[in-house]
Design a protein around this ligand. Structure first.
Ligand code: ADP
Length: 260
């Protein structure tokens, strides 16, 4: 633990002495370190796509623009990196909004199956284009969860996005749900590469990636699971992963059941 020591002479005291105040500043120091680490991470994440954009632009201006094949390819790279920067900024804004509670959550009783169905519809094309089967196992709308609709959509979107992104062709992504007492459990499972145990708690940290190159290549920002965790906690819930390398992954979100 780290302490600040404040020593004050006692005014007018006939006996010489001081008042010593010990203040525990461990938490202040820890938060400051986290803030510095976050700024370093953000700068790095912004710098990487920006450096690519600059390099491609300079090459184009240096003459590659006149070469139709290279010109087209470099413009496509610039477009990809710009999309990545845009996604990164959107994710950072989402996290900042959740953490500062700027957008208060509006809790309502929602059929989990209906929200899942809408999110799945958004990913059907992406899954089909890489031959991944996307399956909604919450067929009826009988599971009612107490949640903010937009937050729940974002949680399911981020989990399904990852599952589809990391699962190779021929694989399967499924979403299921059940009620256990006062808790609704929603599972997003995939037959992808899996995650080894030492990474299980860390994947929910900002910018933590198991395979940096793979995440970047697939357009990942490293913030998706951190957003899921913050949103689940803000609604009185949690998220966890169970996975083994080579055997796929299951992300489980727990949220309160409807308050009826
Ligand atoms: P990213 O934008 O990199 O996907 P996330 O915060 O969503 O960031 O996920 C953090 C890391 O967890 C990913 O980089 C990836 O290594 C791992 N990960 C997340 N979901 C899966 C999954 N379904 N299968 C395998 N690895 C995953």
């Amino acid at each position: 633990r780290i302490f600040d020591v404040l020593a004050t002479p006692l005014p007018g005291d006939p006996l010489p002495g001081v008042v010593v105040v010990l203040r525990d500043v461990s938490e202040v120091k820890r938060l400051e370190q986290m803030r510095q680490q976050f700024i370093a991470n953000v700068s790095h994440e912004l710098k990487t796509p920006l450096s690519s954009i600059k390099a491609y632009t300079e090459t184009l201006l240096g003459g590659a623009l006149k070469d139709p094949v290279h010109g087209q390819r470099f413009l496509e790279r610039i477009d990809e990196q710009t999309t990545r920067l845009h996604q990164l900024i959107m994710d950072m804004l989402s996290l900042a909004r959740i953490e500062s509670s700027q957008a208060p959550l509006e809790l309502a009783d929602l059929p989990l199956g209906r929200v899942a169905q809408r999110v799945i519809a958004d990913y059907e094309r992406q899954a089909a284009s890489k031959q991944v089967t996307l399956e909604n196992q919450i067929a009826d709308f009988s599971i009612i969860v107490r949640a903010d609709e937009e937050a729940l959509r974002q949680i399911l979107s981020n989990l399904i996005d990852n599952a589809v992104k990391y699962t190779p062709a021929g694989g399967r992504v499924s979403i299921s749900g059940r009620v256990e007492g006062v808790v609704v459990l929603c599972n997003v499972s995939d037959t992808g590469p899996g995650i080894s145990a030492e990474h299980h708690s860390r994947v929910f940290e900002r910018f933590y990636r198991v395979d940096k190159a793979r995440s970047r290549e697939l357009g990942g920002t490293g913030l998706g699971l951190s957003i899921v965790k913050h949103l689940a906690q803000a609604m009185g819930g949690s998220v966890e992963v169970s996975s083994q390398v080579g055997l796929g992954s299951t992300f489980t979100v727990r949220l309160p059941v409807s308050g009826i």
